[in-house]
Design a binder for this molecule. Structure first.
Ligand SMILES: Cc1cc2nc3c(=O)[nH]c(=O)nc-3n(C[C@H](O)[C@H](O)[C@H](O)COP(=O)(O)O)c2cc1C
Length: 208
């Protein structure tokens, strides 16, 4: 069983990467082989909207790294996306990546039957995390993946998904900030739960 994490943060190895690592560490504990991909390491040109992918399972842009990412996605049983919130949305990097996966969807749903999940991180407490998460989960569902979330059936804890925030609280009217997502115990637990839920779903589907 293989789970691939894809980080759309423009900052490699920061909060969103830490959340994805937590998902993967827990999935690895449950027996999965894991890999974290940082989109900043890959050249991804914008979709040209040529519509080649309407008739064929291929993209007309060949001179960038998108084919490598496609291979990794096709080889995975589970895919977990991570993006910080930029303007109550995913990052430009993540959106560019999403657009370029259209060849895996239009002529044939090539990712159908895999398991998907998503995590997000933002500065503010209500900074658009739910919107960014919904955008990624909607994309995964449209690509034919079975999307799982962070519900904890035993404990009943459900935060709406794996959503981190830097905001801590107001101190004498001024915001104070966490040092990083490692201080966001709820978000980190939701990430670990997502890892466990993804492995469980992959097993239930008889994949991996
Ligand atoms: C261009 C830009 C737009 C942002 N927009 C938002 C926003 O709408 N809401 C919010 O709470 N934080 C926003 N942020 C803050 C990031 O979500 C936050 O710094 C996050 O922790 C970055 O994740 P990273 O550590 O993985 O890079 C924005 C940051 C940037 C650079």
């Amino acid at each position: 069983m293989k789970i691939l994490a894809i980080n759309g943060s423009h900052r490699k190895g920061k909060n969103t990467a830490a959340m994805l690592q937590a998902v993967l560490e827990e999935a690895a504990r449950a027996g999965a082989e894991t890999e974290l991909v940082e989109l900043t390491d890959y050249q991804i040109k914008p979709c040209q909207a040529c519509n080649r992918c309407l008739g064929k399972t291929e993209c007309s842009i060949k001179d960038d790294d998108m084919a490598k990412l496609g291979e990794k996605m096709l080889a995975a049983d589970g895919i977990v996306l991570g993006s910080p919130v930029y303007w109550a949305n995913v990052t430009g990097l993540m959106k560019n990546f999403i657009d370029r996966t259209r060849w895996m969807h239009m002529a044939k749903n090539m990712l159908h039957g895999k398991v998907g999940g998503a995590v997000t991180h933002a500065g503010l407490r209500n900074g658009g995390q739910e919107q960014a998460l919904n955008i990624m989960n909607r994309f995964l569902a449209a690509q034919g993946l079975f999307v799982v979330d962070t519900r904890n059936q035993e404990g009943g804890i459900y935060n709406g998904g794996a959503m981190g925030t830097m905001f801590n609280d107001l101190r004498e009217g001024r915001p104070s900030w966490k040092k990083g997502v490692h201080e966001d115990t709820l978000a980190m637990e939701e990430c670990r739960r997502l890892g466990r839920n993804m492995v469980e779903m992959i097993k239930r589907l008889g994949n991996g």
